[in-house]
Design a protein around this ligand. Sequence first.
Ligand code: PMV
Length: 314
Amino acid sequence: MAQKRDILVSAPGKIILSGEHSVVYGQPALLTAVNRRLSVSIKEADQGIEIIADEPPDLARYALEKTEQLLKKEIKRGLKIKINSQIPVGRGFGSSAALAVAIVGGLFSYFGKTWDKALINQIAYEIEKKQHGNPSGGDNSVVCFGGFLRFQKRGEKFIIKPLKIKTSLPKFILLDSGRAKETTGEMVHCVSKKYKKEKLKVKRTLSLIGRTTIKTIAGFKKGNFNQLTTLIKENERLLEELGVVGQKAKRLIREIEKLGGAAKICGAGGLKAGSGVVLCYHPKPKIILNFAQKQKLVHFPVKLGTEGVKNEKN
Ligand code: PMV
């Protein structure tokens, strides 16, 4: 078996610029990788699998087993796996997708398999299913390929289009509304329950989110951000209609709107406590930064459109 003894793989976090939840129902989404990364180091050990991580190791263990199963390969000896992450958990930053993708990439190297990103992505998607029940596959795809992606799910197929952004982007500010108490799976389930109860209404909301996404993507492609305030506000209102934004995040977002800006959650959201990170836009970003400082809000400075999963030892 061709094995590398010392493997280090990193994967980025992500945010959803437009299209969370509606993407689960086949609408397009605009996602981007961010420059906060999670790394997985794999070293051979005598026996057993030891996982050293800040978060409970269940998902990492499942990721290892699923990858072995889908690649029809077996970890023959012991492994010492260390997970280091700069990606905040439960904030819509895609921490679980980054973990899944990085572990799969790491095991490709461990088994001496050439990296095939499409296959890494497919396996990571199977792992995400365990974590989230019915994920769209958008998170793992952007974490795998990096950059900016237009992502759409057609049945079990992904339509992934990397977006070339020619102009410089406006400054987005990411403010923390707090960690969500609910998992992504629970929030996705929340929407699906509503969908079953009020199908027509929810269908309409989802397709309206799809429309704002299409317009947002067109603006990004042309480098025309004139409509951005309106589009982000519209998107947020529709997410609120879906019932995925908690009171704390809503209050924060209304404050930002009063200051002349726009803001939206950028992941699954959350109801009982925080709703994760909030994407804020203002033609004069300083206004939001001053507000955040006064309110002592946690602000995550990030770069968008960064590299996807990466073998750090190559
Ligand atoms: O909060 P996150 O990072 O897990 O993002 C979830 C995005 C959803 O659209 C709500 C679910 C999905 O699978 O696309």
